[in-house]
Write a protein that binds this ligand. Structure first.
Ligand SMILES: Cc1cc2nc3c(=O)[nH]c(=O)nc-3n(C[C@H](O)[C@H](O)[C@H](O)COP(=O)(O)O)c2cc1C
Length: 407
């Protein structure tokens, strides 16, 4: 058991960032230093029954989601494929990168903002597309759109989430992307693309790592089948997709195209040759091919292959501000988060998503400042070291070690 802290230690703690993260009052003081309307912590504090701020650390969303979701939905959220090796490697790849801080660089003006297709966003973070959002919270995609908009980052709507293209767009106040699983012929695809463009989405994503639906044994063992999968037809269309389909889409529709699920430099090169605007490095959060590489281990060869000719996104186990800093330092333009915002959605709907992003931003600001930069643009490859020793055994929640200790 830990000894009780001495009064000197407590006084030092009160002056430290640690104290700021635990007690709301200094947070308000911290936000005063920022421009009006851009406070790190909003005035609409979400409080629990005792009147305290409900969420101060990210793992509190995981605990709340666990309480609210039934077993099937929880497993659908956290699970991966078969041995869940790819899922663990996503985390391992992030953990194997250490930050190389530079000091005495005047980091008094940290601004984590970024650009996204002509929009200014608060961090280079995008809410990744997720099917069946409505199973986590009734509002589904509309709640995600509201949460992302209230905070100030883009979200991606999956074609297998509710509500659909138009209704979700109505709830959005910021940048938005539509993601398609290809389940129909060219006419079917063209119709969807036209609706997406007409509704004002900023980009169109085609997910390409899902030629076959994988064996997710948590679901199979419980005989659990998601509603959209039970009703779903057209998996054979997705399996038969080729680069010709990418070319045809690119030649037919005027909207930035994202290919999501790129796992090698070779495919990144082909994507760029096909005029793709964004190469999205992802292994579907370890939910498709098992025994693949962790996303961050793929990033370097993709950055090299793309050579600045397209934007680069990456996702996979991104759970902390430091993860975002590492990914951008290694060449990503934007970083996707999946499970992380689903916990917040399940815990508290749109407000949960907004609040989660606010706390994540606090981590990001501290990670940037302590690495020695004022912005993401200042990060370089020199700020990271690859091959750091592992300190925790990686799993879906290993970025939150305090969970194990009952916090
Ligand atoms: C519950 C769940 C459903 C998902 N559904 C989709 C989807 O419909 N389309 C898609 O392209 N990716 C889907 N993904 C993958 C995410 O877009 C993203 O690549 C992944 O979650 C990133 O890993 P992370 O959850 O560890 O952050 C899903 C992921 C989860 C966890």
């Amino acid at each position: 058991m830990q000894a009780a802290p001495s009064s000197t230690a407590l006084a030092a703690c009160r002056r430290s960032d640690h104290f700021i993260r635990i007690f709301p009052k200094p947070m308000v003081e911290h936000s005063v230093a920022r421009k009006a309307g851009e406070g790190l912590m909003s005035d609409r504090f979400h409080r629990n029954e005792a009147g305290e701020e409900k969420y101060l650390v990210l793992h509190e969303f995981i605990k709340e989601a666990r309480k609210k979701l039934n077993h099937n939905t929880w497993d659908y959220l956290v699970g991966g494929t078969e041995t869940e090796t790819t899922l663990a490697r996503n985390r391992a790849a992030l953990d194997a990168v250490a930050l190389r801080p530079r000091v005495l660089t005047d980091v008094s003006r940290v601004d984590p903002g970024a650009d996204f297709f002509g929009h200014r966003i608060r961090m280079p973070v995008v809410l990744a597309p997720v099917g069946s959002l409505e199973s986590f919270e009734a509002g589904g995609g509309a709640s995600v759109a509201r949460g992302a908009g209230a905070y100030g980052v883009p979200f991606m709507l999956s074609s297998v989430s509710q509500p659909g293209i138009e209704e979700t767009a109505e709830a959005a106040s910021g940048p938005k992307v539509f993601q398609l699983y290809v389940r129909g012929d060219q006419a079917w695809r063209d119709d969807i693309a036209r609706r997406v463009i007409a509704t004002g989405y900023d980009a169109f994503a085609i997910t390409v790592d899902t030629a076959h639906y994988s064996r997710r044994e948590r679901d199979i063992s419980k005989r659990f089948v998601k509603t959209w999968r039970a009703a779903n037809t057209g998996m054979d269309v997705q399996a038969a997709l080729s680069w010709d389909d990418v070319k045809r889409f690119r030649d037919t529709h005027r909207i930035p195209l994202i290919l999501k699920g790129i796992g090698t430099g070779e495919d990144a090169e082909i994507a760029v040759r096909h005029g793709v605007e964004v190469v999205y490095v992802s292994n579907h959060g370890g939910r498709q091919l098992d025994h693949g590489r962790g996303s961050l281990d793929v990033l370097a060869e993709v950055v090299q292959a793309v050579g600045g000719r397209a934007k680069i996104m990456v996702d996979g186990s991104v759970s902390r501000g430091t993860d975002i800093v590492k990914a951008v330092a290694m060449g990503a333009d934007w970083v996707g988060i999946g499970r992380l915002y689903l916990y917040a959605l399940a815990a508290d709907g749109a407000e949960g998503v907004r609040r989660l992003l606010e706390i994540l931003e606090d981590e990001v600001v501290k990670a940037l400042g302590l690495t020695g930069v004022n912005s993401f643009a200042e990060l370089t490859r020199g700020h990271v070291h690859q091959g750091a020793p592992m300190v925790t055994f990686p799993n879906v929640h290993s970025a939150f070690p305090l969970l194990k200790e009952g916090y």
